[in-house]
Design a protein around this ligand. Structure first.
Ligand code: FES
Length: 109
């Protein structure tokens, strides 16, 4: 079971997959970061950014970046775009936030 059109992709700003895909089809953003103009998707915790990039690649194939302009993304973030269901995706985001918060509090101490 894949993430459905009405499932949230960005939990921080409650943006669904349908809104992002429609934004990409209508606005044809050149860069994945421009998806943030769609209800601020991707500008919170950062969890959904790999999936936003994947949706951008799938929806705007002509806007693909040359390899020298593609940022390197850690494996754990890249894999975030591979979840088969909304429930798995949401659970993985919780783990991501816990790990991120633990790293942040470690840096403060
Ligand atoms: S889930 Fe999208 S920025 Fe946090």
């Amino acid at each position: 079971m894949a993430i459905k059109d009405d499932d949230q992709v960005c939990y921080c700003f409650h943006v669904t997959k349908r809104k992002i895909v429609n934004f990409c089809r209508n606005q044809k953003p050149t860069y994945p970061s421009q998806i943030s103009e769609c209800l601020s998707a991707g500008t919170g915790c950062g969890w959904c950014v790999p999936l936003l990039k994947k949706l951008h690649r799938e929806t705007c194939p002509g806007a693909a970046q040359p390899w020298w302009r593609q940022p390197e993304v850690p494996d754990e973030l890249t894999s975030a775009a591979e979840y088969g269901s909304a429930e798995e995706y949401a659970a993985a985001r919780k783990a991501y936030l816990c790990k991120k918060n633990a790293a942040t509090s470690f840096e403060k101490n």
